[in-house]
Structures are given as structure tokens and as C-alpha cells.
Design a protein around this ligand. Sequence first.
Ligand SMILES: Nc1nc2c(ncn2[C@@H]2O[C@H](COP(=O)(O)OP(=O)(O)OP(=O)(O)O)[C@@H](O)[C@H]2O)c(=O)[nH]1
Ligand SMILES: [Mg+2]
Length: 441
Amino acid sequence: MKFLDQAKVFLKSGDGGPGAVAFRREKFIEFGGPDGGDGGRGGDVVIEVAEGLNTLIDYRYKQHFKAQRGNHGMGANRNGARGNDVVLRVPVGTQILDENQETVLLDLTEPGQRRVFLRGGDGGHGNAHFKTPTNRAPRKFHPGWPGQEQWVWLRLKLIADAGLLGLPNAGKSTFLAATTAAKPKIADYPFTTLAPNLGVVRAGDEEFVIADIPGLIEGAHEGHGLGDRFLGHVERTRILLHLIDGTAEDVVASYRTIRNELKAYGGNLADKLEVIGLNKSDALLDEEVEEKKAALEAESGAEVMVLSGATGQGVQKVLYRLLTAIKESKEEEPDVIHAPVTRSIPRPPVGQKLPDDDEMQWDEELGEWVGGEDDDAALEDEELEGGELEGGELDGEELEDALDEGDDLDAEDGSEEDGSEEGGSEEGGNSDKDGTGRHGA
Ligand SMILES: Nc1nc2c(ncn2[C@@H]2O[C@H](COP(=O)(O)OP(=O)(O)OP(=O)(O)O)[C@@H](O)[C@H]2O)c(=O)[nH]1
Ligand SMILES: [Mg+2]
């Protein structure tokens, strides 16, 4: 599955349905009185954490999500039905940010979590509601309250205990492959890894999750190489393993480059606990190891661990060190680390090879190359957008059929449940957007 960690989407909860104006009409009953029922409540926009999902790729193909409006009230005091909710399924670790990427509105860190993000509008009262002693036959009704709408960014920040950092070719993926069942691509050219990989380390009866991200180079914060946008995926970790290729001429310069990028990135990264690993020790002479280790220790003021991901030498010691720190950190703060806002400004990577496919274009908003042969589905969706079809999660063929028939497909994928069993209906307001208290520190 393709990896995508940010997407901009439009959300709208359903408008409330209007109340009815009706009068009881029955044989032998004169002046039966007003009996127009209330309109139904509009559907909510619900965000749900789906298990086993680790990409936001679905949101590249579909960007508008509208819940259904409530139905009209009717005569005989019948109230309109509630509109269907629209449910967005997102991977664990997804944040919802405002349109300017300045505030985290919701941080979803637990599998199965379900929140009403935008509450549907209430239905309007029918004329039966407006009956008074002085006006026994009101023609008055309320048209219903509008739903809420908002553009938001979905931003995935993977949840892992330890994060691997380093220049390209430092041996990050090799380390992940040696310590977990993950099978990342490994090769002796830079930028082998193009998207983050997660792996689970099992140590006795304990385990923890490591994240391997693409290598950083100098100027990553300005978009060089693959840029620094993948750093978001180690923000929630409790510790970083900074790997340095021991075969490099100047290991101190390697170390500094990464540290500078961490500082330039901002957020909490530069302050995070870090284990420094002098990697590829198998390819070094003993005296080289000593010399490089000493130089790194002088520069960092911290102990430097020596290891080789390829032969396994020193790896257990490093894992033990990570595990100890992770356990301590979890005792202190058992909850998942709520990552602060780090604004990522998507831009075409500087000096990156252009895609082979000429049709592809750089998408500023998504921060990636789109279009081209593989992407017809995406383009089709965009062409069809802008009206009746928003809200439908249909494939191309279905979309065409629907277009022919002129169907109104709003909220086609709204879930069946009406939300009442969730007790969700009343907790829709601001109280739902909690989880923000700890952000932006
Ligand atoms: N001799 C030796 N070579 C290693 C070791 N670890 C990795 N390598 C080699 O270094 C090269 C890069 O390894 P990767 O694991 O792909 O490096 P990476 O840090 O994931 O690189 P990017 O994904 O490009 O950022 C490969 O050719 C590996 O075989 C090691 O401990 N010793
Ligand atoms: Mg790699």
C-alpha cells in the first residue's frame, strides 16, 4: 500500500431538516389543530481510528466528506429521520489540524477511538411546536439549523517507541531488519528508504516498536533530499537511535549534520533522549573504532555505543539500552506522546530525480508527485468533483453510472448507525476536540 502521511479534506456535517406545517384533517373533526412534526437532526462527521491501517492514502482520492441532512418533519406529528453520519477511518497516530496547520484539533492515539468531530445541525420545530393559547393554528415552523463545515489537514505521525535517525546509508534499515521481522529495502545507495517502516523488537517477554525513516542530509529542512517531513514519524518516540556510518571520513561532521537538522525542524526532537551508535564497526580497524568513538564522545558529550547491524556485534547492548530507557519513560508517562504541531511545508524536493513519467506534477498541498499513468483514478475523481458527487466512496465505473443517472450521492458512505447508541449525539460540541491541551508546548 502506498504511503501518504498528510492530506487536506473538506468536512461538513448535515444540516438539520425543516419542521413541517400541517394540520390535522379528519372526517368529523373540525379544526384538528397543527400537527407538523420536527425536522431530523443532520448527520455527524465522525473520525474513527481503524486498526491495521498505516497510511492516509485513501484521502488522496477522495477529499470531500459530507454527512447527510436531516429529513423533513411531516404531518401527523411525525418527526423527520436523522441524517446518516459520515465516518472517516484513519490510522492510529493521525492528528487533525486546522487549515493553516497551526493548531491540533484532535490527536487520535488509541486504536478503536471514535470521536464526533463536527456535529450535525438540529432539526427545526414543526408548527405543532408553535401552538399557543392565543395562536391555535400557527403556520410558523423552523427551517432547521445548518451543519458545520471546515477544511482540515489530516496528518499522520506514526506511533513508535524508538526512532532511527542518520544520514542516508548509515545502516538504519539494516538495523531494523536485524532486530525485527520487518523487511525494509536495503542497498548501498542513498535514499533507499522512501517512506517510514515500523518493526517490533522482541526482547524476552518485552517488546517495543522501532521506526526507520528515510535518511536526512544537510539542508533537509529546506527540502534537500527527501526533506524533513518524515521526522514527524519519530516525534512520538521516547528515544532516538542516531546511527553514524563508521566508514565515513568525518564522523563528527555526520553527527553534526543530523543534529543541526533536528534543531532546524523544531518541535521536541532536538531535546529527545538520544543513543549514539557508531555503526559498521565490522568494516573498521580497532584503532579506527577507538579514534572515531573518542571524537564523537568529545563532540556530543555522551557515551557512544559501537555496533554493526550487519554482523550483530554490539546490537544486543544497544537494544537493551533502548529498552531500559523506554521502560523508564513509560513509567513516568504511560500515555502516548502527543506530538506538538510541527508545520510541514510541502515543496518539491531539491535535487531529487524527477519522476520518469512526464505526466506527473508536483502537488503543493499533498507534498508529492501526482498524476501520471498510475494515477488516473485520482484525476478522474478530481474532474468529477465539485457538486453532487462529493461524499460517495465509489470506484470510477460506479461514479460514471451515478453521473448518468444524476443521482445525489451525498453521504453514500455514511455509516448505518445513527450515532445515538454511541451516546455521541450530545457530546458533539467543543468538548470533543480535547486532546489539544497538551499541544503546541
Ligand atoms: N559493513 C557494513 N555494512 C553495512 C552495515 N549496515 C549497513 N551496511 C550497508 O550499508 C548500506 C546502506 O544500508 P541501509 O541499511 O540501506 O542504510 P539506510 O541508513 O537505511 O539508508 P537510507 O534508507 O538510504 O537512508 C548497505 O549496502 C548495507 O549493506 C554494517 O553494519 N556493516
Ligand atoms: Mg533505509
